[in-house]
Design a protein around this ligand. Structure first.
Ligand SMILES: Cc1cc2nc3c(=O)[nH]c(=O)nc-3n(C[C@H](O)[C@H](O)[C@H](O)COP(=O)(O)O)c2cc1C
Length: 220
């Protein structure tokens, strides 16, 4: 039988005999098994992009980024990103600067109904950038996903591990955002340098939620 191609389109080598490995020694891995092309390309293309054009995002593109980040994919509300105990303590807000068909402003995103609710009207990019260590890319992006944590249910279940678990979940959500951006040919970057108290002064975030992470995107 003809050996299958590897993801890098080279013919696969013949199946090797099981390798003997001295304990503590290195084992060279074979070429990775073929991943579906779309997934492989998104993984390969994902790169932090901090320079954006002024061209707006299409609403469908924002919808795709949000679906990838926090979309519902199974009965019971299970999502694209994993969550410890399926508690989903990470809440999603969208900062819109330039998205066709959406007024600039600050929105909450509800994954269950795939809808946005306007919480505050107006472009806040300059002040948002200030609350993120004066990063120019934050001012220039077309839209961003701000993730906050609500620790209530998580602390009850996991005690002191709650903070770490919410951060880990935010990381998963962030990677989904970036892979979707790469697949759509958009630029994106993680913004971990945030000032939570400044963000809470600037944006109507509930008192019992804590800002964790900002993910931004725009046209390259
Ligand atoms: C948790 C986290 C926080 C980050 N915060 C910032 C940030 O505040 N500003 C920024 O420009 N890049 C930020 N980055 C992006 C990194 O600088 C970037 O991932 C790194 O340079 C590697 O480049 P790559 O993403 O293109 O592979 C952050 C990345 C992570 C994972």
């Amino acid at each position: 039988m003809k050996p299958r191609s590897t993801p890098h389109e080279q013919p696969a080598p013949p199946v090797p005999a099981p390798r003997k490995q001295a304990s503590g020694g290195k084992a060279a891995l074979p070429e990775p098994a073929a991943l579906p092309a779309g997934l492989r390309e998104a993984l390969e293309k994902r790169r932090s992009v901090r320079e954006y054009s002024r061209e707006p995002l299409r609403l469908e593109e924002l919808s795709a980024l949000l679906w990838a980040a926090q979309g519902i994919t199974a009965p019971g509300g299970l999502r694209t990103a994993p969550s410890a105990g399926a508690i989903y303590p990470v809440k999603s807000y969208v900062v819109v600067s330039r998205v066709q068909g959406l007024a600039p402003g600050f929105y909450s995103f509800d994954p269950d109904t795939r809808s946005l609710t306007l919480l505050a009207k107006g472009d806040r990019q300059k002040r948002l950038a200030k609350a993120c260590g004066d990063q120019q890319c934050v001012e220039d992006c077309a839209a961003g996903l701000l993730l906050t944590a609500w620790y209530g249910g998580l602390r009850k279940q996991y005690g002191d591990a709650a903070e770490a678990l919410a951060l880990l979940e935010a990381g998963h959500i962030g990677q989904n955002w970036h892979l979707a951006a790469a697949a759509l040919g958009l630029g994106s970057v993680s913004i971990g340098k945030i000032d939570p108290p400044a963000l809470k002064l600037l944006l109507p975030i509930p008192d019992d939620e804590h800002p964790l992470y900002l993910l931004i995107a725009g046209r390259r």
